[in-house]
Design a protein. Structure first.
Length: 318
C-alpha cells in the first residue's frame, strides 16, 4: 500500500501528491547511505496481484529505484536458523551457528532460489564471451532484470511457469491459513478467553515442530517430553524473534473474535514477522500497526512501527 503511494508520487498521479516529499526524502537518504529500503518475498506476491501490466511495471520501477536489488531473506531460511540458535541457547550447547545472511541481492535471495539470479550467456552470436565481460554484463543487466521479475514480466531465460507456481502456492496456503485460524478461533471460544495465551503458544510451537525436530537431529541432541513444558516452550519461542512476533500478531487478532480472517492476512503476518525484528522501521497498514504497538512488540527490538510515511520523514530529517 505504501509502495503504491510512492509509485503514484513517482509517476505524477494526482493521488500521489501527498507523498512527493516522502519520495524525495527517501531518495536522498538512499543515495547518502542513510537508509536502505529492502524488499521481501511478500512484495513479489503483492505486486503480482495487480492485473494491469502498466501499473505493475510502474510500481516495480518505483520500488527498484529506491530499493535497488536489496532483498531480505524469506521465512523458510530465517526460521530454521532461529530454531538452531534457540535450541543452542535453551539447552546450553557448546555449538556455534554460522551467521545468517539476512540481506542479499535480488529475487534469488528473496526466494532463496539461486537459479533465479540473472547470469550472462556464455556466448553471443556464436562468439564466446570472456569472463570479465560476462561479469560486467551481469552488473549492467541485473537491475532491469530484477525490475521485470518484480513486475511479474517474464524475461528471456526465466521459466514462464514461475509466476503460475507462485500464484497457486499462495492460493493454497492462503486457504489453509484462513481455515486454520478459524479453527483456532473456535477452539478458543470453547476453552474460554483466559486460555488465549496457552492456545497461541501451543499453535506457534506446533507450527515449528517438524523443523525443530530436524534441527535437534542436526545438532545431535534428543528432545525429551520436557520440551513440551510450558516454560520450556515459552523460552524457545521467545528466542526465535520472527516466531514470537508471528505469535503475537495472531494473538492480537484472535483477541478480537469479531475480526474476520482473510487470505491476504497470511502474507501480512509472514512479512511483518520478519520485518519487525530485523528492520529498524516498518511502515504498515493502520490495523497491524495498532495491534503491534498495543502489545509493545516493537519495543522489544527497538523498532519503529507506524502507518505514516510522515514519521519516517521526521526520523530521517531529525
Amino acid at each position: 500500500m505504501k509502495w503504491i503511494d510512492l509509485a503514484r508520487a513517482e509517476t505524477g498521479h494526482a493521488l500521489g501528491a501527498p507523498f512527493v516529499e516522502a519520495l524525495e526524502v527517501f531518495k536522498r537518504a538512499a543515495a547518502d547511505g542513510q537508509a536502505r529500503f529492502p524488499l521481501s518475498s511478500a512484495h513479489y506476491f503483492e505486486t503480482g496481484k495487480q492485473r494491469e501490466p502498466r501499473r505493475r511495471k510502474e510500481l516495480s520501477a518505483a520500488m527498484t529505484r529506491l530499493s535497488g536489488t536489496l532483498r531480505i531473506a524469506p521465512p523458510h531460511v530465517i526460521v530454521p536458523w532461529e530454531i538452531r540458535r534457540a535450541l543452542i541457547e535453551v539447552l546450553d550447547l557448546s555449538i556455534n551457528v554460522a551467521p545468517l545472511e539476512l540481506f542479499g541481492r535480488g529475487v534469488a535471495h528473496a526466494m532463496a532460489s539461486p537459479s533465479l539470479r540473472y547470469t550472462a550467456p556464455l556466448e553471443y552470436e556464436g562468439r564466446q564471451l570472456a569472463e570479465p565481460l560476462r561479469r560486467d554484463l551481469e552488473k549492467l543487466v541485473e537491475p532491469e532484470f530484477e525490475e521485470l521479475i518484480l513486475a511479474s514480466i517474464t524475461p528471456e531465460g526465466v521459466p514462464h511457469e514461475m509466476r503460475l507456481v507462485l500464484s497457486d502456492f499462495k492460493r493454497l496456503t492462503d486457504d489453509r491459513f484462513v481455515s486454520g485460524q478459524n479453527y483456532v478461533a473456535k477452539e478458543i471460544s470453547k476453552l474460554g478467553r483466559r486460555r488465549l495465551d496457552d492456545v497461541m503458544l501451543g499453535t506457534a510451537f506446533a507450527d515449528i515442530i517438524d523443523p525443530l525436530l530436524a534441527a535437534a537431529q542436526e545438532l545431535g541432541v534428543s528432545l525429551d517430553d520436557d520440551i513440551f513444558d510450558r516454560g520450556r516452550m515459552t523460552k524457545l519461542i521467545e528466542r526465535m524473534p520472527s516466531r514470537w512476533v508471528e505469535m503475537m500478531l495472531r494473538r492480537q487478532r484472535q483477541a478480537n473474535p469479531q475480526k474476520i480472517w482473510h487470505g491476504n492476512d497470511l502474507n501480512d503476518v509472514a512479512a511483518l514477522a520478519i520485518a519487525v525484528p530485523y528492520c529498524d522501521v516498518v511502515v504498515t497498514e493502520r490495523s497491524w500497526s495498532a495491534m503491534l504497538n498495543a502489545a509493545k512488540v516493537p519495543q522489544r527490538f527497538g523498532t519503529i512501527v507506524t502507518p505514516h510515511l510522515r514519521d519516517v520523514i521526521d526520523l530521517l530529517e531529525g
